[in-house]
Design a protein around this ligand. Structure first.
Ligand SMILES: NC(=O)c1ccc[n+]([C@@H]2O[C@H](COP(=O)([O-])OP(=O)(O)OC[C@H]3O[C@@H](n4cnc5c(N)ncnc54)[C@H](OP(=O)(O)O)[C@@H]3O)[C@@H](O)[C@H]2O)c1
Length: 319
């Protein structure tokens, strides 16, 4: 399942509106097939894994991060049917699919065909792995990651607005890798005017992964090469976007936090002091300090050259 979860990452930010799923098929201790949801959402991970396994799939165990789908589509057959046809003996799955077209029916179909099914295996990791699809299903909008690059004293720019560069090359390369894992990147008009950011992926081999560029502005309507939205909640209307990266600046970061639209926080902190610069955030509507606690859980922390990366996830009951 660990390998299936790793394969699922290959599709992150490329498969909307379908979930990025991973699949590994194992027979007598040997991996005979590997698959992950392809760009655009098809083929599904199981179809790819089974195609690689061929006849070796008979009697094998399929590890899948999500319940195999039960619905036929003009774009391909149901994966539960493919697994039955291939003669798989066992399916180990991470999560049940919340999509009402499957929602337990994939498991039921497999079991009716005599296939042993294990549900909920490494479910928390599977949930994180498909956060975009699950957020879209639960909240009707993309999964939002907010990126902030700050000094030790929490500034994102000098008093004159200069912010290139606060962090070093390793942290910036990591931020570019994060871009490649999102279908869209958003900045505010202030950042657009100050930095004219390209928002592309400048990493060898990933240059083609250029996400959709989104500009948040209530005054500008049309910018060539950009999709303009007028309010943070409008991210829900972006077509085929399940993962969006918000790259600032302070007004935009604050607006997304105030609207409780941030699910994941990437905090790159450089070992520098700015003092009197632009603070990372403005008012986010907090009036009671007790309400500030308990909303964020740290899920990763690491050194990137001279800089420190901390990753937090929003603790929210309904998602
Ligand atoms: N270190 C970092 O991580 C980092 C990252 C990005 C930017 N920066 C720096 O941050 C500075 C820019 O930050 P900033 O706070 O001045 O500007 P900003 O957040 O980039 O953009 C502010 C603009 O976004 C639009 N906006 C904000 N909230 C909105 C809402 N709720 N609805 C509709 N539109 C909204 C408004 O545009 P309209 O006025 O057109 O409506 C507003 O003027 C620059 O100096 C940049 O270099 C640093």
């Amino acid at each position: 399942m660990g390998a299936a979860l790793a394969l699922a990452e290959r599709g992150r930010g490329r498969t909307a509106p379908n979930p990025n799923v991973g699949c590994v098929i194992v027979r007598e201790g040997q991996v005979v097939g590997r698959g992950w949801t392809q760009a655009g959402g098809r083929p599904h991970a199981e179809a790819m894994g089974l195609a690689e396994a061929g006849a070796e799939a008979r009697g094998a165990t399929a590890y899948v991060t999500l319940e195999p789908c039960a619905h036929q589509s003009p774009r391909g057959p149901a994966c539960s049917d493919l697994l039955i046809e291939a003669g798989v003996a066992r399916v180990v799955a991470g999560l049940e699919d919340p999509d009402p077209r499957t929602a337990g029916q994939g498991f039921a179909r497999l079991e009716a065909a005599g296939i042993a099914v294990t549900r909920g295996f490494r479910a928390n990791e599977a949930r994180r792995s498909m956060a975009g699809f699950l957020t879209r299903q639960a909240l009707g909008r993309p999964h939002v990651t907010l990126k902030l690059a700050t000094s030790l004293d929490g500034c994102i720019a000098l008093p004159d607005g200069a912010s290139r560069w606060i962090t070093g090359p390793q942290a910036r390369a990591h931020a570019h890798l994060e871009r490649s894992r999102h279908e869209a990147i958003l900045v505010g008009r202030g950042t657009y005017d100050a930095d004219a950011p390209r928002l592309d992926v400048r990493l060898p081999g990933l240059e083609a992964r250029g996400p959709m560029r989104v500009l948040l502005s209530s005054t500008v309507q049309d910018v060539p090469g950009w999709t303009v939205i007028a309010a943070p909640h409008d991210i829900a209307t972006l077509p085929d976007v399940d993962y969006i990266l918000v790259e600032g600046g302070a007004a935009v970061a604050s607006a997304f936090l105030a609207a409780d639209l941030v699910d994941r926080l990437l905090l790159y902190r450089a070992p520098i002091l700015i003092g009197g610069g632009k603070p990372a955030l403005r008012d986010i509507g907090l009036t009671d300090l007790t309400k500030a606690h308990g909303g964020w859980a740290i899920v990763d922390a690491r050194q990137l050259g001279m800089d420190r990366l901390e990753v937090y996830e929003r603790e929210r009951n309904e998602a």
